[in-house]
Ligand binder design. Structure first.
Ligand code: ADP
Ligand code: ZN
Length: 678
């Protein structure tokens, strides 16, 4: 037997570093092993040999797990990058790289539909000149390079992906396609299945553990050559990876907001770098992060300017909700005529609905908030209140004061509007359920469906809804952003955004960007199949603030104009992607402890900044109550760091979190690098 040697092993436990074990087994980096930890036996990923003899007693590796393959080196490097960049225990990162069940475990046979539907095949379409150009430009690359495929909704981005994948398969390589969970609708999977048949595997949250495990092995053993999945599909080590595609790359749902708080889009780019293959990011409304990289030449930019087959983009009309309260006589007559309409429905949107529905077409109404949306607005002039420090909307607490969730600025809630001095500022509350109820009264003979997280809870619910929209047994669809993405309904000719303001008044520095994306995506559902010469789909945006950038640019289908202006604003305020943001959430069951820990953390951050001149660019915001101030019995505060010096965010955060002896028991500090929401 060979003499034993020392190995660093990333064990599945909340430990900041890997542990050292001894072993006489033939170990190598990338192997999964069983190791003792306290009195338990846990799984551990072997990181490599070491010479450093730890101070404490060294235990022996128990055994090599016989089931799993050695993880490939580029994949190992990627796991290490995740742990390092997101400041997350390496062992817990590594644990994500394995399927939930053992390969051989048998569970009861299920009668569920197959993960990938069996369909007749369909063949490649003739690419439009724009598609061809993008396809060829991307296909020329076989090494690591990042590509932004920026194409308006309905411009045929998916067809470009399919062709690129086809080429990758012809070279004997494999492909990984990431999509936001929400767009893993049957429609998208069907399209891939029709083209690639049984070469496709899928991984997403609606699968059973058995299905996930089987799909994982099919990919790892090379039985399937294209893996399509939500962000977690990145953790499946696809052999011979030839391309990574991230569709709807701007989607916030690529960010995981618990445990390892990684961004699937960013992690995909790093994986492409490690695997040395091209990465394609596709969107009609790229994230500002990606747009900035494309502008600066770090990413290759490929543009699809028009919809396929000369189908026109929808016409967007903006309705000013303020005018509904006007005093002039003509307006009064109109108001009288439409007095039966609920406050959220303008005569214009109502008339359009009647028109579309009379023709037998469909309408969709959209409110970009689940549950009841609250916003504080002057109905006469549209004035809303913003934090003087942070440029984000203030949130009403109780009935008497407004709070900034970034820096903790407070002010009294004034009912008299400070802008127009006429209106009475009020809190407007509106929800999808109320809209549905009002519509049932206004259109008693029409079939109305609601799509929000209360109504659509499973994949089957969504499949039913899609089938009902496709076969025309729904006339009016009311929904949240659940219905904004990826869906393609030929008879949908009118999209109404009931209250666009809800989106841009969220307490989030990305609120304007999100609104622009949602307005564009939602508009993109309208009139997708209108032929050349037919009248285009219609979009009606109702708002108290017709001049808001997210509306004016979206109305003109002007992403570039929007992005460039918004990048300027971000730069002035040092927000991403110009600056870097890190959030520390302090949570616990005792409010006093949480508050004290939060202010102590802020003081420690200030001290750290004073101590090292390298950290002079770090700005410390808060601590402030988190927007969700209490969740599942836990009080939540947060502290934000902003810096224009990208490279200091990570070391500063690491140092700040280094020693946590001072944190009282029962309080936890959770870090989020590049947070998407707070
Ligand atoms: P995007 O992903 O950019 O929103 P899609 O790929 O869904 O666009 O394409 C929109 C529609 O156009 C789909 O119905 C698709 O089948 C069709 N399509 C795409 N490319 C072509 C083409 N080259 N010729 C004809 N139809 C196409
Ligand atoms: Zn503020």
């Amino acid at each position: 037997m060979s003499s034993s040697s020392l190995w660093r092993v990333a064990v599945d436990a909340p430990l900041p570093e890997a542990l050292t074990y001894s072993s006489s087994l033939p170990l190598q980096r990338g192997l999964l092993v069983d190791v003792p930890l306290g009195k338990r036996t846990v799984k551990g990923l072997v990181l490599g040999p070491t010479n450093e003899v730890p101070e404490f007693e060294i235990k022996n590796v128990i055994d090599i797990d016989p089931e799993y393959p050695v993880l490939p080196e580029p994949f190992m490097k990627w796991l290490e990058w995740l742990a390092q960049y997101y400041l997350h225990p390496i062992g817990q990162v590594a644990a994500s790289a394995y399927p939930p069940l053992k390969k051989t475990e048998k569970t009861r046979a299920s009668k569920r539909a197959p993960v990938i539907p069996q369909l007749e095949s369909d063949s490649a379409l003739d690419l439009t000149p724009e598609q061809k150009q993008s396809f060829e430009d991307i296909n020329r690359h076989q090494d690591f390079s990042t590509h932004l495929l920026f194409g308006v909704t309905g411009s045929g981005k998916t067809e470009v992906y399919l062709r690129l994948l086809d080429e990758v398969l012809k070279r004997g390589q494999r492909g990984l396609v990431l999509v936001p969970e929400i767009s893993l609708t049957p429609q998208l999977i069907q399209r891939f299945a029709r083209r690639f048949g049984d070469k496709i595997a899928a991984l997403h949250s609606q699968l059973t553990d058995r299905e996930r495990t089987n799909q994982w092995w099919d990919v790892v053993e090379g039985k399937k050559s294209i893996l399509i999945g939500a962000r977690s599909a990145l953790f499946c080590p696809v052999p011979d990876l030839g391309i990574i595609i991230v569709d709807e790359e701007h989607e916030p749902s690529f960010k995981q907001d618990e445990k390892l708080k990684y961004n699937g889009r960013d992690a995909a780019v790093v994986m492409g770098k490690m695997m040395n293959c091209p990465v394609v990011l596709g969107s009609a409304t790229p994230s500002l992060e990606t747009w900035k990289n494309a502008k600066e030449g770090k990413y290759h930019l490929h543009t699809l300017k028009s919809r396929v087959a000369n189908r026109s983009l929808p016409e967007i009309e903006v309705i000013d909700l303020r005018k509904l309260k006007s005093d002039d006589d003509e307006k009064k007559k109109i108001i009288e005529k439409y007095s039966h309409l609920p406050f959220w429905l303008s005569p214009d949107l109502y008339e359009r609905m009647v028109e579309v529905l009379d023709k037998g077409d469909q309408a969709a109404l959209f409110l970009n908030r689940r549950g009841v949306a609250q916003m504080v607005v002057c109905p006469s002039c549209g004035h809303t209140t913003e934090c003087p420090n942070c440029d984000i909307s203030l949130t009403l607490h109780g009935h008497s004061h407004l709070v900034c969730h970034y820096c903790d600025y407070h002010e009294n809630f004034k009912t008299k509007c400070p802008d127009c001095k006429e209106g009475t500022i009020e809190a407007v509350g509106l929800g999808t359920e109320l809209i549905e109820r009002d519509l049932a009264r206004l259109f008693p003979e029409k079939r109305i469906a609601r799509a929000d997280r209360d109504e659509i809870q499973s994949r089957a619910d969504l499949e039913d809804l899609i089938a009902d929209m496709e076969n025309g047994s729904i006339d009016i669809l009311v929904g949240t952003q659940m219905i904004a993405k990826g869906l393609d309904f030929p008879k949908l000719k009118l999209v109404g955004l009931v209250l666009a303001d809800v989106g841009f008044n969220l307490p989030d520095f990305r609120a304007t960007e999100r609104s622009f994306q949602l307005i564009t995506q939602m508009s993109g559902r309208s009139g997708r199949h209108v032929k050349e010469g037919e009248s285009p789909g219609k979009v009606i945006i109702q708002t108290y603030n017709t001049e808001h950038e997210s509306i004016t640019f979206a109305k003109n289908h002007d992403f570039v104009g929007f992005a460039n202006q918004e990048l300027d604003i971000r730069g002035q305020l040092h927000y991403p992607p110009v600056g870097r943001l890190v959030s520390f959430r302090i949570q616990g069951t005792q409010l006093r402890n949480v508050e004290e820990t939060a202010s102590l953390l802020a003081r420690r951050a200030q001290a750290l900044k004073q101590q090292f001149p390298a950290y002079s660019s770090v700005e410390i915001l808060g601590p402030a109550e988190a927007p969700l101030a209490k969740l599942r019995g836990q009080f939540r505060y947060h502290l934000l760091l902003k810096t224009t010096q990208v490279s200091v965010a990570n070391p500063f955060s690491r140092q700040l979190l280094g020693n946590q002896d001072w944190v009282p028991s029962g309080v936890r500090i959770l870090i989020d690098i590049d947070p998407m929401s707070l």
